[in-house]
Design a protein around this ligand. Structure first.
Ligand SMILES: [Zn+2]
Length: 283
């Protein structure tokens, strides 16, 4: 298993989005593929994505092309029964890496359209334009763009000790990297220092970037970082965390491998927490 959602085969071809005739022709082409989304699930058939279609609706959004020939679209599903949770597909590796990755784009875009039917400026109805990559207000003309919500997620370390937290809602014995939404007017570095301080009262000096991961529940971008702590005493925010602890390097290695003597474990390889915690052991 590798980091999920980061290897999409889709070439987004933004140049085609305003070309209505071309988009319409691709929608009527039987070779085009249609991904159907239901909430955070997707239609499957015989252990594969269900991509056949009898015509792609005006509502469907253009994702792009693969191999410069096959056009891909996404639309909301009309029925739940054939759908499988994208989280389950990811955790259990039910699809090839590339297909899991393109679901991030499909799920985030379809969800955005469903939640932005009305103008945030004047309240009138909005319509989809540019093959579903924007919406426009029919009254005031304001344009609305699909949103991506950045979240910082950080491996916090001091000497050979690593700070991990745990939320009450998580599966038993699971710990992970601290994380939190970025706020307006904030740099990534500031968000890392603020979140670590708010959740644990640990202070942080240097912050460095590791990697990022789309996380389509519904439209996050996880920004993976390493943070160098400058204090030791933990005081958790009980609204955010059930507990937080310093773990030795050896313990963290076993938690990531699933071989910890007390059964503790730290995040699956599909999630970027695993990537940043592993990077913090190596760098
Ligand atoms: Zn408006």
């Amino acid at each position: 298993m590798t980091l999920a959602f980061v290897n999409s085969p889709i070439d987004r071809r933004s140049d085609l989005r305003p070309q209505g005739t071309t988009i319409a022709a691709m929608k009527s082409d039987p070779a085009s593929r249609l991904v159907r989304i239901w909430g955070d699930a997707v239609e499957m058939r015989n252990a594969h994505l269900h991509l056949d279609h009898d015509g792609i609706s005006d509502r469907a959004v253009f994702l792009g092309k693969t191999n410069n020939k096959i056009a891909w679209f996404a639309d909301a599903s009309d029925s739940e029964p054939d759908c499988v949770s994208i989280r389950t597909i990811m955790v259990d590796g039910l699809l090839p890496d590339g297909e899991i990755s393109l679901l991030a784009q499909a799920r985030s875009l379809v969800s955005w359209h469903q939640r932005h039917q009305f103008c945030a400026n004047c309240g009138a109805g909005t319509v989809s334009i540019d093959a579903g990559t924007r919406r426009k207000c029919e009254s005031c003309g304001a344009e609305h763009f699909p949103r991506t919500d950045p979240v910082v997620i950080m491996a916090v370390r001091k000497n050979d000790m690593h700070l991990l937290g745990r939320q009450a809602s998580w599966p038993p014995n699971m710990f992970s990297a601290l994380a939190g939404f970025m706020e307006p007017g904030e740099t990534i570095e500031q968000a890392v220092r603020r979140e670590v301080l708010e959740e644990t009262q640990i202070t942080v000096s240097d912050v460095s970037y590791v990697a990022s991961q789309p996380w389509p529940f519904p439209a996050n971008l996880m920004i993976g970082m390493i943070a160098e702590a400058t204090s030791d005493a933990i005081k958790i925010d009980p609204d955010e965390l059930e507990t937080a602890k310093w773990f030795s390097r050896d313990e963290l290695v076993h938690m990531l491998e699933g071989t910890h003597h007390d059964g503790l474990w730290a995040s699956r390889p599909q999630a970027i927490a695993h990537t940043v915690l592993t990077a913090a052991l190596k760098r």
